[in-house]
Design a protein around this ligand. Structure first.
Ligand SMILES: [Zn+2]
Ligand SMILES: [Zn+2]
Length: 149
Protein backbone atom coordinates (compact mmCIF):
# COMPACT_ATOMS: atom_id res chain seq x y z
CA UNK A 1 0.00 0.00 0.00
CA UNK A 2 1.29 3.43 -0.89
CA UNK A 3 0.90 6.71 0.97
CA UNK A 4 -2.16 8.63 -0.33
CA UNK A 5 -0.22 11.87 0.05
CA UNK A 6 3.25 10.98 -1.20
CA UNK A 7 1.87 8.48 -3.74
CA UNK A 8 5.18 6.73 -4.50
CA UNK A 9 6.10 6.09 -0.88
CA UNK A 10 5.19 2.62 0.45
CA UNK A 11 3.55 2.66 3.87
CA UNK A 12 5.53 0.98 6.62
CA UNK A 13 3.82 -1.65 8.75
CA UNK A 14 4.27 -1.25 12.49
CA UNK A 15 3.30 -4.35 14.44
CA UNK A 16 3.07 -5.39 18.00
CA UNK A 17 1.47 -8.72 18.90
CA UNK A 18 -1.83 -8.71 16.99
CA UNK A 19 -2.08 -4.94 16.73
CA UNK A 20 -0.82 -2.89 13.84
CA UNK A 21 -0.90 0.40 12.04
CA UNK A 22 0.72 1.79 8.94
CA UNK A 23 2.84 4.87 8.70
CA UNK A 24 4.45 6.89 5.94
CA UNK A 25 8.03 7.68 6.90
CA UNK A 26 8.10 10.70 4.56
CA UNK A 27 5.05 12.63 5.77
CA UNK A 28 4.33 10.86 9.10
CA UNK A 29 0.78 10.11 7.97
CA UNK A 30 -0.98 7.27 9.78
CA UNK A 31 -3.42 4.64 8.55
CA UNK A 32 -5.53 3.22 11.38
CA UNK A 33 -8.48 0.89 11.45
CA UNK A 34 -11.80 2.46 12.39
CA UNK A 35 -12.12 0.03 15.30
CA UNK A 36 -8.81 1.10 16.77
CA UNK A 37 -9.66 4.73 16.25
CA UNK A 38 -12.98 4.29 18.02
CA UNK A 39 -10.99 3.38 21.14
CA UNK A 40 -10.68 7.15 21.34
CA UNK A 41 -14.43 7.51 21.50
CA UNK A 42 -15.25 4.81 24.00
CA UNK A 43 -17.85 5.54 26.63
CA UNK A 44 -18.92 8.70 24.91
CA UNK A 45 -21.93 8.57 22.61
CA UNK A 46 -21.49 12.06 21.33
CA UNK A 47 -18.08 11.27 19.98
CA UNK A 48 -19.21 7.98 18.56
CA UNK A 49 -22.15 9.47 16.73
CA UNK A 50 -20.26 12.38 15.25
CA UNK A 51 -17.01 10.86 14.20
CA UNK A 52 -18.11 8.90 11.19
CA UNK A 53 -21.60 10.21 10.48
CA UNK A 54 -20.80 13.83 9.84
CA UNK A 55 -21.68 14.73 6.27
CA UNK A 56 -18.92 14.68 3.77
CA UNK A 57 -17.25 18.01 3.31
CA UNK A 58 -15.15 19.68 0.68
CA UNK A 59 -11.67 19.90 2.03
CA UNK A 60 -10.10 23.27 2.68
CA UNK A 61 -6.70 21.76 2.12
CA UNK A 62 -7.14 20.06 -1.25
CA UNK A 63 -7.35 16.70 0.39
CA UNK A 64 -10.32 15.52 -1.61
CA UNK A 65 -8.22 13.58 -4.09
CA UNK A 66 -6.85 11.24 -1.41
CA UNK A 67 -7.36 7.64 -2.32
CA UNK A 68 -7.71 4.76 0.10
CA UNK A 69 -4.35 2.95 0.20
CA UNK A 70 -6.18 -0.36 0.41
CA UNK A 71 -8.98 -0.21 -2.20
CA UNK A 72 -8.05 2.88 -4.20
CA UNK A 73 -11.42 4.63 -3.82
CA UNK A 74 -11.52 8.33 -2.96
CA UNK A 75 -11.66 8.67 0.80
CA UNK A 76 -14.41 10.66 2.47
CA UNK A 77 -13.19 13.85 4.07
CA UNK A 78 -14.79 14.67 7.38
CA UNK A 79 -14.06 16.82 10.42
CA UNK A 80 -13.08 15.13 13.63
CA UNK A 81 -16.08 16.17 15.71
CA UNK A 82 -18.14 19.10 14.49
CA UNK A 83 -15.88 22.05 15.00
CA UNK A 84 -12.34 20.80 15.34
CA UNK A 85 -11.16 21.84 11.86
CA UNK A 86 -9.12 18.67 11.93
CA UNK A 87 -9.89 17.05 8.62
CA UNK A 88 -9.54 13.30 8.55
CA UNK A 89 -10.12 10.87 5.70
CA UNK A 90 -12.26 7.79 6.03
CA UNK A 91 -12.80 4.73 3.82
CA UNK A 92 -16.01 3.16 5.00
CA UNK A 93 -15.57 0.11 2.77
CA UNK A 94 -12.24 -0.83 4.34
CA UNK A 95 -12.93 0.68 7.79
CA UNK A 96 -9.74 2.69 7.57
CA UNK A 97 -8.90 6.18 8.71
CA UNK A 98 -6.06 8.24 7.32
CA UNK A 99 -4.45 10.91 9.50
CA UNK A 100 -1.95 13.33 8.04
CA UNK A 101 1.27 13.85 9.90
CA UNK A 102 0.54 15.81 13.06
CA UNK A 103 -3.19 15.15 13.07
CA UNK A 104 -3.00 12.52 15.78
CA UNK A 105 -1.33 15.10 18.02
CA UNK A 106 -3.90 17.72 16.97
CA UNK A 107 -6.76 15.40 17.96
CA UNK A 108 -5.13 14.81 21.33
CA UNK A 109 -4.81 18.57 21.87
CA UNK A 110 -8.39 19.11 20.74
CA UNK A 111 -9.71 16.59 23.25
CA UNK A 112 -7.67 18.11 26.05
CA UNK A 113 -8.86 21.64 25.23
CA UNK A 114 -12.48 21.07 24.27
CA UNK A 115 -13.34 18.32 26.72
CA UNK A 116 -11.58 19.14 29.97
CA UNK A 117 -14.53 17.52 31.73
CA UNK A 118 -13.25 14.21 30.47
CA UNK A 119 -10.12 14.43 32.53
CA UNK A 120 -10.03 11.61 35.06
CA UNK A 121 -13.08 10.11 33.42
CA UNK A 122 -13.19 6.71 31.84
CA UNK A 123 -12.88 8.26 28.40
CA UNK A 124 -9.75 10.13 29.38
CA UNK A 125 -8.34 6.83 30.54
CA UNK A 126 -9.25 5.14 27.27
CA UNK A 127 -7.94 8.10 25.32
CA UNK A 128 -4.60 7.96 27.11
CA UNK A 129 -4.47 4.25 26.55
CA UNK A 130 -5.05 4.78 22.85
CA UNK A 131 -2.44 7.49 22.48
CA UNK A 132 0.04 5.48 24.47
CA UNK A 133 -0.62 2.56 22.19
CA UNK A 134 0.06 4.68 19.08
CA UNK A 135 3.16 6.17 20.67
CA UNK A 136 4.39 2.75 21.67
CA UNK A 137 3.90 1.33 18.21
CA UNK A 138 5.61 4.33 16.64
CA UNK A 139 8.54 3.99 19.02
CA UNK A 140 9.20 0.48 17.77
CA UNK A 141 11.01 1.91 14.78
CA UNK A 142 13.04 -1.23 14.33
CA UNK A 143 9.94 -3.14 13.38
CA UNK A 144 8.88 -0.81 10.58
CA UNK A 145 9.03 -2.86 7.47
CA UNK A 146 8.22 -1.54 4.03
CA UNK A 147 5.33 -3.28 2.36
CA UNK A 148 4.88 -3.73 -1.32
CA UNK A 149 1.53 -3.76 -3.04
ZN1 LIG B 1 3.44 10.17 2.90
ZN1 LIG C 1 -10.77 1.45 1.03
Amino acid sequence: MNCPVCKDEALGLIKHENQQLHRCISCSGLLISTNDFIELQKENDRHLSTLLTKPEKTSKKNKDSRKCPSCGKTMKCTDYEWDSNIEIEVCEDCSLIWLDGGEMAAIHEHLKKEHPELIESELEHETKKFFNWVKYLLSKAGEITPRIG
